[in-house]
Write a protein that binds this ligand. Structure first.
Ligand code: GDP
Ligand code: CA
Length: 320
């Protein structure tokens, strides 16, 4: 594809495809816009889990086995914090800590998250654009049987156990997209928007909750196709609570449930070979469908899926 691509991503699943896209795209062809609904303040630090996962994954520094944070990490800070009676439910590795400290200093001095993110990309030698969805604070809030929970409380402290009744994105209604997200959506050479295989409710929905982004997706005259790679494989999530949340919110835990949720906002679905039986039903709903191997274990898998997505996106038509 000669045209530009905008990829929307959360953490691990999204970062894997973003990495594949970055390896097959020419540098200024790709913008990766990342969820900030999980961001929070902890121990006086500004933590952006999904942005950090994207950076560590694209730069090859991510810990592949653990699934978050940096490889070759050490934990002296956490051990010391614990011995002094500090809050230790959120793990911060020694190497990882440097990033949180630098970002916190930058934000406290009045800089924006988008500026910091752009500088970090240069510093880490990443040549595509990586940007937060917004510089304004948007906080994913989980309404559960145990009351309303802040995202990290639900996700890390309570390990996603409380049944979810509803989710909202506090602040999204007033938040502006980041400059790079606005520019990507307005770019006349934009060829497709790719929804990476990230949790729809926790990673993609906060981005779509920005009014300017929602308006772009829902515009009757939209001509740029939206292609989604399913984060549900064989009716299950590879990691995390996506399938559990789907069921708790009343959707089927399948690619059809995902399509019910996204509706007309997605024009083309890339689904796993394990979900091939749903292709016909998706086509009946007017969707373009590509069946592929979508589980990204190796760098080769990531690049292969990225090429599949790009080829597919060139053929998908927007249907209203
Ligand atoms: P988080 O922010 O780290 O929780 O991660 P995301 O929201 O980006 O991703 C969670 C979703 O990614 C889960 O539904 C997983 O099933 C999905 N996922 C993770 N790795 C892969 C993969 O290799 N292929 C596909 N298709 N989905 C994946
Ligand atoms: Ca996340």
């Amino acid at each position: 594809m000669n045209r530009r691509l905008l990829a929307l991503a959360g953490g691990v699943g999204g970062a894997r495809l973003a990495h594949g896209l970055s390896s097959v795209c020419v540098p200024d062809q790709l913008s990766i816009v990342v969820n900030t609904g999980d961001d929070f303040e902890h121990l006086g630090l500004s933590i952006c889990p999904d942005l950090d996962t994207v950076f560590y994954t694209l730069s090859g520094l991510a810990d592949r086995a653990r699934g978050w944070g940096r490889a070759e990490e050490s934990w002296h800070f956490m051990d010391t914090l614990r011995s002094l009676g500090g809050e230790d439910w959120f793990n911060l590795g020694d190497r990882d800590l440097a990033l949180h400290v630098l970002r916190s200093v930058h934000l406290r001095a009045g800089g924006t998250l988008e500026q910091f993110t752009a500088r970090l990309g240069e510093r880490m030698g990443i040549d595509c654009i990586i940007a937060p969805m917004s510089n304004d604070r948007v906080s994913t809030r989980i309404h559960t049987d145990q009351g309303e929970l802040a995202f990290q409380d639900y996700f890390v402290r309570l390990r996603c156990e409380p049944p979810v009744r509803a989710i909202d994105y506090a602040g999204a209604d007033r938040a502006q997209p980041s400059d790079r997200l606005i520019a990507a959506l307005a770019d006349p050479t934009l060829g497709a928007v790719v929804l990476c295989p990230s949790n729809p409710w926790l990673s993609i929905a906060p981005i779509l909750a920005l009014p300017a982004v929602a308006a772009w997706f829902d515009a009757p005259q939209r001509r740029v196709p939206v292609v989604a790679v399913s984060p549900i494989v064989g009716g299950a999530a590879l990691k995390g609570p996506a399938a559990k949340i789907m069921v708790e919110l009343g959707f089927a835990a399948s690619v059809l449930g995902l399509s019910d949720y996204y509706g007309a906002r997605v024009d083309g679905w890339v689904i796993d070979e394990l979900d091939r039986q749903h292709a016909a039903a998706l086509r009946d709903r007017g969707k373009s469908v590509m069946v592929s191997q979508t589980v990204m274990r190796t760098d080769e898998d990531r690049a292969d899926l990225a090429r599949t997505v790009i080829d597919f996106a060139e053929r998908v038509q927007v249907r209203s």
